[in-house]
Design a protein around this ligand. Structure first.
Ligand SMILES: NC(=O)C1=CN([C@@H]2O[C@H](COP(=O)(O)OP(=O)(O)OC[C@H]3O[C@@H](n4cnc5c(N)ncnc54)[C@H](O)[C@@H]3O)[C@@H](O)[C@H]2O)C=CC1
Ligand SMILES: O=C(O)C(=O)COP(=O)(O)O
Length: 531
């Protein structure tokens, strides 16, 4: 039976043609995304779902299907897909990481011009026959400072275009290295400095727990009087009510928004304020970008459904069908090693060194490297995948070095990942036993035997009596159930490591309690994508 795909958002019909040409049955229902009930009713009839941002793939929707194998997002942001829920169901989630980035960057630049010169209001007034020439006094962009929050693919293109019109550009992105900033011709700054210096601020970060309300009331108050704010990334990055207040008080001179906290946005505190330019999430809406993403989604989905090959997946490594069978556990191990160091590192990474020892050195090291890098980069951008992560790392000036060697120790094979920053080097090694289960075998040079759980707590301490009891008591008092426990140490009285396996993500309150005891060198909750 031919696989069947549902297109539930307004993709270019190029996608439909490609599916048909490749022998895939396709139903094109470009407005279905809005109708949750109908979608839930029919989703069980399909192997693949092709979407843009209108369709919300929730855990509840996924409960309505046992047939779905792949969800493909014709675009970048996948915050409308519950990826953990999809992973749990074994559904692959793909995106198209670069197809619409130029187009979206151009929209941000267009919005900046529009808000600088009040183009929409001037246009409406002129159409109304008013000829209000003296009402619309604008500001020049030349020599003004643009503050870019998030200097990844889209932010990087925005920086380039802004420099072209001779703006000064400052960028805030914890994962932008000084070298890369220099190459781009921008000044890397901390967020507070950007807020104080920028005449225009544009956002290009994904929506995560860390970036939600990055421009809330407190940070808006730190901006320069007369600042103009552009958001073509995601609703929820800027607190719309707080921004509306800052616009009404005159502190913020203008705003240009393509994305809103609730979409479709039928109301917002920003609507109908003077000098607020709004578009209905049009960032990716050009003929070129839509052709790019539709073509790519249809090819990727067809490849997967017909041959099992995986490309641009966010919750599964991309490898050929033949490789997948042999390399699966090692790819997952590489990603977990990356996720460990990524979550442990909060300063710019300069280099990533990967050592392959034993028979793993004969596998597809490029794919393993990609998986490790994706694991690292996911700590700052959950949208990154095996394909986009190495490019993102390269753009940030991160050097990736690979070494392979024959079996050197007791393990038949292992991978050791080292991340280098200006301040430190951090290493972790892992292996896969014949049970196919990845596990960590060495952290900070300390031997350990740790399987990988979805929710873990990592602690280090000086090896003194009472630590296990302290951990156990604190967890018990706060009703945190410990599913399992692993220890390691360099030697008596030296540094020791504990890994606790939990049933749910670690509560920050308990982390603070443990830190407050003064008994730990480090207390770090870690999350792993364990399918
Ligand atoms: N309006 C629209 O139609 C479109 C919107 N987008 C949005 O644009 C976002 C950015 O896309 P790309 O540039 O392709 O992603 P990217 O992954 O290349 O860049 C994101 C950058 O944000 C940085 N970042 C992460 N957390 C940060 C934080 N807390 N503070 C500062 N920087 C942080 C990352 O280090 C990275 O450099 C997407 O996640 C999507 O939400 C994308 C396409 C179209
Ligand atoms: O690619 C993205 O992240 C976008 O936000 C584009 O959204 P859209 O496909 O236009 O609904």
């Amino acid at each position: 039976m031919a696989p069947k795909v549902l297109v539930s958002d307004a993709l270019s019909e190029t996608a439909v043609q490609i599916f048909r040409d490749r022998g895939i049955e396709v139903d094109f229902m470009p407005t279905l995304g809005k109708d949750k009930e109908k979608l839930a009713e029919i989703i069980g009839n399909y192997d693949g779902l092709a979407i843009r941002s209108n369709t919300k793939v929730t855990a509840k929707l996924l409960e309505s299907t046992d047939r779905l194998k792949v969800i493909a997002r014709a675009g970048i942001g996948v915050d409308n897909v519950d990826i953990p829920a999809a992973s749990k169901k074994g559904v692959i989630v793909m995106n198209t990481p670069f197809g619409n980035s130029i187009t979206t960057a151009e929209h941000a630049i267009a919005m900046m011009f529009a808000v600088a010169r009040q183009l929409p209001e001037a246009n409406a007034s002129t159409h109304a026959g008013k000829w209000e020439k003296s009402r619309f006094m604008g500001v020049e962009l030349f020599n003004k400072t643009l503050g870019v929050i998030g200097a990844g693919n889209i932010g990087g293109i925005v920086c380039d275009r802004a420099l072209g019109i001779q703006m000064k550009v400052v960028a805030y992105d914890p994962f932008l290295s000084e070298e890369r900033a220099k190459q781009m011709g921008v000044t890397k700054v901390e967020l507070d400095e950007l807020l104080a210096r920028a005449d225009f601020i544009t956002l290009h970060v994904p929506l995560t727990d860390k970036t939600r309300n990055i421009l809330g009331a407190e940070n808006l108050a730190k901006t320069k009087p007369g600042v103009r704010i552009i958001n073509c990334a995601r609703g929820g990055l800027v607190d719309e009510a707080a921004l509306a207040d800052a616009l009404k008080s005159g502190h913020v001179a203008g705003a240009a928004f393509d994305v809103f906290e609730t979409e479709p946005a039928t109301e917002s505190p920003l609507f109908n304020l003077p000098n607020v330019v709004c578009t209905p999430h049009l960032g990716a809406s050009t003929a070129e970008a839509q052709e790019n993403v539709a073509l790519q989604v249809a090819e990727q989905m067809s490849d997967y459904l017909l041959t099992g090959a995986v490309q641009n997946a966010l919750n599964m490594p991309s490898v050929t069908a033949e490789e997948a069978a042999v390399m699966g556990p090692w790819l997952k191990l590489a990603e977990h090693l990356g996720a460990f160091v990524g979550q442990m590192t909060d300063e710019p990474i300069k280099a990533i060194n990967v050592l392959y020892d034993g028979h793993v050195a004969d596998m597809n090291l490029a794919a393993l490297n990609c998986s490790a890098i994706a694991g690292i980069m996911k700590a700052t951008n959950p949208d990154v995948n095996m394909v986009s992560a190495p490019i993102a790392a390269k753009e940030r000036g991160i050097q990736v070095a690979t070494t392979s060697q024959g079996k050197s120790g007791v393990f038949d094979a292992f991978i050791k990942l080292t991340v280098v920053t200006d301040k430190r080097e951090r290493s972790i090694a892992g292996t896969c036993f014949s049970d196919g289960k990845p596990r960590f075998i060495q952290i900070k040079g300390i031997n350990i035997d740790a399987e990988i759980g979805a929710h873990m707590l990592y602690t280090t301490n000086e090896d003194v009596p009472g630590i296990i009891g302290l951990l156990g008591m604190t967890m018990a008092k706060n009703e945190v159930n410990i599913a399992n426990f692993t220890l390691g140490r360099t030697g008596e009285g030296k540094e020791a490591i504990a890994i606790l396996y939990l049933d749910q993500p670690m509560d920050q309150k308990v982390v603070k309690l443990l830190e407050g005891t003064g008994m730990f060198l480090q207390v770090k909750p870690l999350e792993f994508d364990v399918i």
